[in-house]
Each structure stands twice: as structure tokens, then as C-alpha cells.
Design a protein around this ligand. Structure first.
Ligand code: FE
Length: 391
């Protein structure tokens, strides 16, 4: 038996934030990040709409990027004290992810991260509160997914939480919030969305329920990402929807080794952090070449769906990779780790350990082609030097 789960409601369109006026409840806590939502006036609007709905409102502000265990515990504590029946999270992926975990600890104060990291093993939520997610970036799609990533800085580990209990009840996909994204963030989050959709389409867990969402998301990214990057706000709106469709696909079909590789290299090098979407964009064409051995016809489907022509599947896959490389160029994303600026000696020293960790990543299980640590090391090496994947 398979399962397909989405939020009960997805409100979209300019001004859809106003739906908050219609929520029924007594108390709402708003979980928000560093300040852009406040600066652009969206936090004030959120507060006033919830008050218009007759609710008492409290704020939990200052969720940091890559939210910590401590922040989650402080948020859960604030919730236990205030006893909200709505949790409203607004901003980038971080405040929404943090709020998902706070929700679990609010409802189950005695649970632990060790218990929650077993995938699809959450206790039954919605005993105390329901959950609204309002994204301001167009990439993670955490507003519709069953995932949250919390970092334990003391232990130096990331807890990837996965359970359909933390799929929000309501997603508000209001493109006005996405207009606040700076240019580079638009490029990186957009390529993250493309990667979500492509990995979901070729995933071993793909299904007739996820395929149309993935394909539509892919074609929308190809149609709108470059214009969105260059400041066209109509294209920005379409990208906000495209990333949400991609999220609806991957929360059900899961991902693949592009994400495994990005997860394990994001913070691995001394030369600085590789933003998640940027790492995905770099690895994606290399992984397609590797995976094509097992998933050629699926990649060829994608190519045909976006209007690429070719005399056979091999040519279609090659041209799909060319198209991704061309987009990376237009978005000022480097074509290799070397071009990104990763030091060669450091790469050589660390690659075998990183490859091992990437194989063990939670996303590897649904990749269409199995991979050994030795093959993963070869794949990373191709992505470092920008060389052809032919194994
Ligand atoms: Fe991602």
C-alpha cells in the first residue's frame, strides 16, 4: 500500500495571506525568522489578520538559519506556556522547519530527537494545535512537505525529521512574499526546486500521483526561473507555484543522490558554505549522467515534456543535461566544485569520507541507481573537475 499526503488546503495568489482572517480559533503563535518579514510588513499583516479572526496572538521571533535544537526547545516551551491552537510559521525554510519540530515538542514534551529521527514514527499530532506555513522563498517547499531539518550544534549533527504528521494543515503560497528574495537566493532556491522535481520523477517511489506534479514543476522552472532571477515579478509568482508543485511531488516520491551529495558537502570545506540549491545545481547534470544507466527513459520523458527533440533517449538525456548547464550559466552558478572555489588539496583529502557519508544519506535509498562509496567518490571527482561521467 502506498500513500499520498498533502496539506488539507493550499491557498495561493497575490494577497492570499488574508485567508488568516478566516481561521477559527482562540490563540495563535507566529514563528518567524530574522527580520525580513518584519521589514517588509508581512509580520504586521499576519498579526493583524489573526487578530481580525478574533485570536490572541503571540510572537516567537528570531529563528536562525539552520535552526538549532535549543531554538526548537525554547519555541516549544513558549507554546506550552501560551497554549495556542494555531501555529503560524512564516518566512524561509528555517522558521517553518523549526516550527514543525516545536509543534511535536509542544504536543509531546517528553519526546526526544532520538525518537523523532526514526522516519515516519511521530506520535499523532493535532491534539493541541493545527499548523499554517507561509513561505517567503521559492525552493524548499517546506509548506507542503513532511520534512524538517534541525541542527544539533553541540554534537555537530543534523536531524532530518520525516513524518506526514508534520505536513502542514494549511499552506499559504502568496507570491508577494517571494518578491522580497534577493537575486542569488532566487537562483539557488529555483534550482533546488528543479532538483526536487527531477529527483522525484526518477525516484524509485515515483507514482502516477507524483509524476504530473513533477513534470509540470520542471517545465515551469524552465519557463520562468531566468526571468524571475532577472526581476520579472510575474515570473517570480509562477516560480513560487512551481516550487510548491515540486514539493508536493517530492514529499511523496522522495529524492535522490543529488540531495545526498549536497547535504554532505554544504558545510564540509573550509573555503565556506555551499548554499543548498547551488550545490544541487552543480551536481544535477553529473548525477543525471550516472543515473541514466537505470533511468534513461524517465529522463527522456522529462526532456520530451519540456520540448527537447532528439533521435533517441541517449540524445534526449544529453540535451537535458546541456539545458541544465545552460541555465546554471544564465544564473551565474558554477559548473564544478573547482569553479565554485573549493581548494583542490582539501577536496582530495576529504572526498573519500564525504563519499561514504553521502552514500549513507537518507536520500540515497530512493535514487534510481544504487551507488557504492567508490562510485560516489568518482562522481564527486567528476563534479570537482568538471569531467564527463562515463561509468
Ligand atoms: Fe532541496
Amino acid at each position: 500500500m502506498a500513500r499520498f499526503t498533502l496539506p488539507r488546503d493550499i491557498y495561493f495568489g497575490k494577497g492570499s495571506l488574508e485567508v488568516l482572517k478566516t481561521l477559527k480559533g482562540k490563540k495563535a503563535i507566529i514563528v518567524v525568522g530574522g527580520g525580513s518579514m518584519k521589514r517588509f510588513g508581512f509580520l504586521d499583516k499576519t498579526v493583524s489578520y489573526l487578530k481580525e479572526a478574533g485570536m490572541e496572538v503571540r510572537l516567537f521571533e528570531g529563528v536562525e538559519p539552520d535552526p538549532s535544537v535549543e531554538t526548537v526547545m525554547r519555541g516549544a516551551e513558549a507554546m506550552r506556556e501560551f497554549e495556542p491552537d494555531w501555529i503560524v510559521s512564516i518566512g524561509g525554510g528555517s522558521p517553518i522547519d523549526a516550527a514543525k519540530a516545536m509543534w511535536a515538542f509542544y504536543e509531546y514534551p517528553d519526546t526526544t530527537f532520538e525518537q523523532l529521527i526514526t522516519p515516519f514514527n511521530f506520535p499523532e499530532l493535532r491534539q493541541k494545535a493545527k499548523f499554517v506555513a507561509i513561505p517567503s522563498t521559492s525552493g524548499t517547499a517546506t509548506e507542503v512537505t513532511a520534512f524538517s531539518v534541525i541542527t544539533d550544534y553541540k554534537k555537530g549533527v543534523k536531524y532530518p525529521l520525516a513524518d506526514y504528521n508534520i505536513t502542514p494543515d494549511i499552506a499559504v503560497v502568496d507570491p508577494e512574499l517571494a518578491e522580497t528574495m534577493p537575486k542569488t537566493l532566487t537562483a539557488h532556491t529555483g534550482m533546488d526546486a528543479l532538483t526536487h522535481a527531477i529527483e522525484a520523477y526518477v525516484s524509485t517511489l515515483n507514482s502516477p500521483f507524483t509524476d504530473p506534479l513533477a513534470l509540470k514543476a520542471i517545465s515551469m522552472v524552465f519557463d520562468y526561473l531566468v526571468d524571475s532571477y532577472n526581476g520579472d515579478m510575474n515570473a517570480r509568482e509562477q516560480m513560487h507555484y512551481a516550487q510548491c508543485l515540486a514539493g508536493m511531488a517530492f514529499t511523496n516520491a522522495l529524492l535522490g543522490i543529488v540531495h545526498s551529495m549536497a547535504h554532505k558537502t554544504g558545510a564540509a570545506f573550509s573555503t565556506g558554505h555551499i548554499p543548498h540549491g547551488c550545490a544541487n545545481a552543480i551536481y544535477l547534470p553529473y548525477v543525471i549522467k550516472f543515473n541514466a544507466k537505470n533511468a534513461k527513459s524517465r529522463y527522456a520523458d522529462i526532456a520530451r515534456f519540456v520540448g527537447i527533440e532528439g533521435k533517441n533517449d541517449d540524445e534526449l538525456v544529453d540535451k537535458l543535461c546541456d539545458k541544465i548547464n545552460e541555465y546554471n550559466k544564465k544564473l551565474n552558478i558554477p559548473a564544478s566544485l573547482k569553479e565554485f572555489g573549493i581548494n583542490e588539496e582539501e577536496f582530495k583529502k576529504k572526498v573519500s569520507k564525504i563519499a561514504e557519508l553521502a552514500v549513507e544519506d537518507a536520500c540515497t535509498g530512493s535514487n534510481p541507481r544504487a551507488i557504492t562509496p567508490a562510485e560516489m567518490e568518482k562522481l564527486f571527482t567528476c563534479a570537482y573537475y568538471g569531467t564527463v561521467v562515463d561509468f
